[in-house]
Structures are given as C-alpha cells and as structure tokens.
Write a protein that binds this ligand. Structure first.
Ligand code: ZN
Ligand code: ZN
Length: 339
C-alpha cells in the first residue's frame, strides 16, 4: 500500500488515503516519487472548472521526479535507484509527432495526473522507459519543477529567440511557476532587455532578483516601461505566462511592429482580433508544453547550475494548504510536494 492524495469530488479537498501501490508490468517502470510540483492547472481541475481528467476518483500531479523503484520485464537502459524526471505526455510512440519527440502533440496522448494516476502519491507507474529522463544528482524538487514549470517556458523562449537580437526588448507577463523560469531563460539565452510584469509584490521582488531590467506592477506601468526601453517602438517579443484576457490585451499593447507574441499560460482568456488593433505584421503563436529534447536541455541547464528555481517545499499531507496558497497567489515560484 502507499499514501496518495485523492480527488474524490470536484470542489472538495483532496483526501490522503492508503491505496494499492502499483506493480510494473512488462515494459513499465515504477518510480518512487521524490518531488511533485503543484501546478496552477490543478486548481482548475480540483474546482471542476476544467473537465480534462478522465474519471474520478483521481490522483493528480503531473510534474514529477523520483527514483526508479522497479523495472517491468523487458525494460533496459535504466537501473533501480536511478534518479529520473518524468516527461508527462504519454503518446502512442509511433506517429509523426511522437517520432519527432513531441508526444505532447500526439492524438492519443494521455497526461500523467489527468487519466493515468499522477504524482500526488508515494509511487508512480510509468508505461514506458522513454518517458524518463535521467537527472543525476539534481535536487528532486528542482527536477520535478523542470518537467512543466521549467519545460513550457523553455519552449516558449526558444520560439522567441530569433527575434531577440542584440538591442532587443522582451516582455515576460506573470512571474510565477512558469514565468520565473521563463525570465531566467530570456536572460541566459538572449541579450534582450527584459521587462517583467506581475501584479503580486513577491513576484516582482523575485523578478528583480532574477535580473529583470525593468519590473512593472500593472498594465500602465508595463506600457510605460516598454515605451521607455524601446523609444516607443514596442517589444520584439512578448511572452504571456498567464493567458487571461487582460494579459492578452496587454501583450497587444506592448508588442512592436513585426514582433512576436507567445501565449503560454492557460488562463482561459480570449483575445479579439481586428487588423487595426494590432501593430503591423505581428506574429501570434502558442507554446504547447515542450518536447522530450526540450526537457533534456532544461535538465542540462539545471545540472550545470545555470538555473535558480524559487521552490517552496511541503510534505504530501499539506496538499490542500498548498492549493489554497496557490489560489491566493502566495506561492513564490513553484510549490513542490515531497511525498
Ligand atoms: Zn502544469
Ligand atoms: Zn503519437
């Protein structure tokens, strides 16, 4: 048996229960969960605002790292006790998207913690060894956070890099779990000046510590900061880690001509389009999680100590308090449970 935090009814607290510990079948791998990040999207699932999970009761948690605890028949290339991060989009493994490493875009993808039981538990069953990325002696809490909070903004920043030539300006909206990694990638991988925008004072302090060139607390301050840095021309790339209607509208206000907006956050916003409401030839795109090679690259950055994640650590028992802190905007960076 093992402990797990179980969602039994929408809108109710998760229940810590004893449930059967899974056994790895042929080709499967059992992972002892050492760290599992608490993602904003879990709030929308728990409250019932999102119906993306397959059934109740459910064990959520899609941002997971741990140690290999059992190998099913036929699994090679991993050893028991090895530290791994879990790539959480489990596709068919054979289609065009899976073959290019983008299982998150596969038609048949099942997301750990949304159908297959997730990481809010002591053990996790992983259906194939290819979903596991060795992380060496990386801190398990950091390794966990890399698989979503660290991965998705990496994909977004990579999409923006061709625009971020010397002298350019980028805007990062929302310096939370994802955005605080995104800001670091912008500073590490480009020479762009970065304007960080967040309404929460702790997030703005975090942005300043991480090297933001300007920090803004609301839309008006952001418009002014971008105008100052660009001589009124607008930003070369805007990364929206929130995705609310307000942040999408702000993206359009601060973006420059021929520039790029990357919508990352799943904040449920809607942006209305009119050719007169946008600067000339703006590209608007999305970043949909990240691929397996992206995960390998963020793990490499972390193992070289190039990242400074802001992590709050809690025992699994505290899951409901952590969800409440997240809902109240009190988490600085990412909250990670250590089951
Ligand atoms: Zn997530
Ligand atoms: Zn596929």
């Amino acid at each position: 048996m093992m402990k797990a935090a179980v969602l039994t009814a929408y809108g109710e607290p998760l229940e810590i229960r004893e449930v059967p510990s899974p056994e790895p079948g042929p080709g499967e791998v059992l992972v002892r969960v050492a760290g599992v990040g608490v993602c904003h999207s879990d709030l929308t699932v728990v409250s019932g605002r999102s119906n993306i999970i397959e059934r109740l009761p459910a064990v959520l948690g899609h941002e997971i790292a741990g140690q290999v605890a059992g190998l099913g028949r036929g699994v090679t290339g991993l050893r028991e006790g090895e530290a791994v991060a879990v790539f959480g989009a489990w596709g068919c493994g054979r289609c065009f998207y899976c073959l290019r490493g983008d299982e998150q875009a596969c038609d048949q993808t099942r997301w750990v913690g949304h159908g297959p039981a997730g990481g809010y538990a002591e053990y996790l069953l992983v259906p194939a060894a290819r979903h596991l990325e060795p992380v060496g002696d990386l801190d398990p809490a950091e390794a966990a956070a890399l698989t979503d909070a660290g991965l998705t903004p990496y994909r977004a920043v990579r999409r923006a890099l061709p625009r971020l030539t010397p002298g350019s300006t980028a805007v990062a909206i929302g310096i939370g779990g994802l955005g605080h990694f995104g800001l670091q990638y912008l500073k590490l991988l480009s020479t762009a000046r970065v304007v960080a925008v967040d309404t929460s004072p702790p997030a703005r302090r975090l942005a300043a510590r991480l090297g933001a060139d300007a920090v803004a607390g609301d839309a008006e301050e952001a418009v002014e900061a971008v105008s100052d840095l660009t001589g009124g021309g607008g930003a070369d790339a805007v990364l929206d880690f929130v995705g609310s209607t307000a942040t999408m509208e702000l993206s359009v206000r601060v973006v420059g001509r021929f520039a790029l907006i990357v919508n990352v956050g799943l904040g449920g916003g809607v942006l209305s389009y009119s050719p007169y409401g946008f600067p000339a030839e703006v590209d608007l795109t999305t970043a949909w999680w990240g691929g397996r090679s992206d995960l390998r690259e963020v793990v490499a950055l972390a193992r070289e100590n190039r990242l400074t994640p802001s992590l709050e650590r809690y025992p699994l028992m505290d899951i409901n308090e952590v969800l409440a802190r997240l809902a109240a905007g009190e988490v600085e960076g990412r909250a990670v449970l250590l089951p």
